[in-house]
Design a protein around this ligand. Structure first.
Ligand SMILES: [Ca+2]
Ligand SMILES: [Ca+2]
Ligand SMILES: [Ca+2]
Ligand SMILES: [Ca+2]
Length: 683
């Protein structure tokens, strides 16, 4: 014990052995840093000035120390047994005037002193009037006036003594507790009050039965080990405590932090260990706990809870919410769906259907919690609109009626709310009609119906049609659908049931088509006669060896020519042909031209008086026209010699074997027409 005391005093107050040191701003000048007294007689030669770091810990409003803290120092002692405390302070210098106060700090803290007057259990502020300065709570009431009654105490109480040197010139003193009947120090090491542990916790709050010296506790807390029922060890990873600093040398509470929660065992035992400082923990009087001795015992209880909330009601079209416990514990998880374990072990679950879900959270052997939630399905209401509707464009919109077992209805037309709480709705437009049906506590239902127009064929009749005179045209509606056609031309109704109508005159044509759905398409067109193209210019024929040759002027825009020798039967000729040879004796042809759209008027060769003429043509030879066959031709050269003669000339002589030059001719037709002349033969 002696060595402990030396150690203790050496730590707390390194200047204890230096005589008459004058100390100020020292830890022991504040309640937190009170010097523990672990012996019956305590001596010091130190002198204190001021009141430490916390200057006004004593409230002059109630304490007998009217000066409050004044050149003071604090001492702490614990009662080990019940009885009386009697102490006597004897100054080294008999002239010094010491005053003092005693505070019961059991279950209290330093900060309570100022306001809790009940803590001051004894106090003396008398002057030193010549009795060698002796003062104390010892019941020795004599003439010196610096004494108070002894103090009655219980076991395991803590007391503070504040000693103040009013004289300011102290030389130290001795405090003697030997007259006490209660022991003021003990020989037992500290322990921790047994407590419970929540299984989810990873920190352990310890309350020591007596102050523990800070300088025996390592910062990791490895002076202590936790052991479970199976002997598994857990070292704390850190420790926190209030008050261990230069001003606060001891603690009574601390919190140890561990890496794992206390979920594996019912009981945990806190054992002492040699920490990294080489020792266990000690009380103020140097009583160290033996290595491996139990400091305290903790009973782990199951505090784990999970809460999935209230049962859910859902509609089939709802997305089910993720299930989880609002305050999710750090645990392992099992999920059950309708009592079947799912292969889902996260803290949350996306439910897929209605039914019962159970979340089980567990940790170690102790911690577990479950909660159940049931996802129910609300009843549905039913609503039906029937089939889609098509109408003819000229028809009015029909009534749409709805069959539902709900108490409320809302109609929408093309997403616009239109009517509520009526079973019949008349749309004002085509589109989607939606009815929404609901009752309180039930799921909503919808039905949709589309209102549209029947598909209608399109008439291809143009506004007007040009018609060539004397031609027949076909007016085609372009409608191939099944249905009934009615054609009306110039107010004559023609129920011809065809998609087209032949028209051979000008007029106004109206077409009415009724589809098999009963819808009607009407269209009309105006048939207008085109201007008839002029006839081609037809020349009078000329006689050739092959017959009468008819020629005409080229016709702009001609596509085909049609020619006839009897006015009934026509032959077609290409557009670039401008002549036609008819058999002998045919003196008249009819000719018209087709210009791509219409046939022209008909030109007829008429009144062609035969004008006798001749000419020499280097390609055709000697050509005679205007004379009727047979023609007698005789040709003479410039010397009057006959060079050619024939009794039936057909424009087929080219002067074979003769030189170019002037020649004379004589013509005589069957009708006794004579004609003479000359020509220049040039080739
Ligand atoms: Ca102080
Ligand atoms: Ca005094
Ligand atoms: Ca002790
Ligand atoms: Ca230690």
């Amino acid at each position: 014990m002696r060595s402990f005391l030396l150690f203790l005093i050496g730590f707390v107050w390194t200047c204890c052995c230096t005589a008459q040191s004058n100390l100020s701003g020292m830890p022991e000048q504040d309640c937190f840093g009170a010097i523990p007294i672990c012996q019956t007689t305590y001596s010091t030669t130190a002198s204190y000035t001021g009141s430490g770091n916390i200057p006004n810990e004593i409230n002059t409003a109630y304490s007998c120390l009217s000066s409050g803290e004044k050149n003071d120092v604090w001492y702490l002692f614990r009662t080990h047994s019940a009885g009386t405390i009697s102490f006597t302070i004897t100054p080294v210098n008999t002239a010094d005037d010491y005053d003092w106060a005693v505070f019961n700090i059991t279950q209290k803290s330093c900060s309570n002193i100022y306001n809790d007057s009940s803590m001051e259990v004894s106090c003396n502020y008398d002057a030193n009037i010549g009795c060698n300065g002796v003062t104390g709570a010892n019941g020795n009431f004599g003439p010196c006036g610096q004494t108070e009654n002894v103090i009655t105490v219980l076991a395991n109480e803590s007391y503070l003594i504040n000693i103040s040197n009013y004289s300011s010139s102290q030389s130290g003193y001795t405090i003697d507790f030997s007259a006490s009947t209660a022991l003021i120090f003990d020989v037992t090491p500290p322990h921790v009050v047994n407590d419970t542990l929540a299984c989810t916790q990873t920190s352990l709050r310890v309350k020591f039965n007596e102050p523990v010296l800070c300088n025996t506790i390592t910062t990791s807390g490895n002076d202590m080990i936790l052991v479970d029922d199976s002997g598994n060890l857990q070292f704390p990873v850190s420790i926190t405590f209030v008050g261990c600093d230069s001003a606060h040398p001891y603690i009574t509470e601390a919190e140890l932090f561990f890496a794992q929660p206390f979920a594996g065992s019912n009981n945990y035992y806190l054992l002492a260990a040699n920490g990294s400082d080489g020792n266990t923990i000690s009380d103020l009087c140097g009583n160290f706990v033996k290595v491996s001795d139990t400091i305290g015992k903790f009973y782990s209880y199951n505090n784990m809870t999970v809460d999935l909330g209230s049962d859910l009601w859902t509609c089939s079209y709802d997305t089910l919410p993720v299930l989880y416990s609002a305050s999710t514990p750090a645990a392992n998880y099992n999920w059950y769906y309708n009592n079947i374990l799912l292969n889902q072990h996260l803290s949350y679950l996306q439910p897929t259907d209605t039914g019962q879900y159970i979340l089980q959270a567990y940790l170690g052997a102790i911690c577990q919690a479950t909660d159940t939630i049931v996802i129910n399905r609300k009843s549905t209401v039913t609503v039906s609109l029937g089939n889609d509707i098509n109408i003819c464009k000229e028809s009015s919109f029909p009534e749409i009626s709805c069959t539902a077992n709900s108490s409320h209805l809302m109609w929408y037309l093309n997403n616009i709310p239109s009517l509520s709480d009526t079973s019949i709705f008349i749309p004002t437009d085509t589109g989607n009609v939606v009815v929404q049906a609901w009752s309180e506590g039930y799921c909503m239902a919808f039905d949709t119906l589309h209102v549209g127009y029947f598909n209608m064929p399109l008439s291809l009749l143009p506004d007007s049609v040009a018609r060539c005179v004397n031609s027949r045209i076909m007016l085609s509606s372009g409608i191939n659908d099944d249905g009934t056609f009615l054609w009306i031309f110039n107010d004559d109704t023609l129920q011809n049931n065809q998609s087209w109508l032949d028209v051979s005159k000008e007029g106004f044509c109206k077409m009415l088509f009724t589809t098999t759905d009963g819808c009607m398409v009407s269209d009309s067109t105006l048939v207008i006669n085109s201007i008839e193209p002029d006839a081609p210019q037809l020349n009078c024929p000329i006689l050739t060896a092959q017959g009468n040759k008819f020629t005409w002027q080229p016709y702009e825009g001609a596509v085909l020519f049609y020619i006839s020798t009897d006015g009934i039967n026509y032959d077609s000729l290409p557009h670039d042909i401008t002549s036609y040879i008819a058999a002998s004796g045919i003196n008249t042809v009819s000719l018209y031209v087709y210009d791509g759209s219409c046939n022209s008027k008909v030109a007829v060769t008429e009144n062609c008086k035969p004008q006798i003429s001749t000419l020499w043509d280097k390609d055709n030879g000697f050509v005679v026209s205007g004379m009727s066959n047979p023609i007698i031709l005789t040709v003479y050269d410039a010397q009057g010699r006959e060079v050619y003669t024939t009794k039936d000339y057909r424009n087929n002589w080219s002067g074979q074997g003769l030189e170019n030059g002037i020649y004379f001719f004589a013509l005589k037709s069957a009708k006794a027409v004579y004609f003479y002349g000359k020509f220049l033969m040039v080739r």
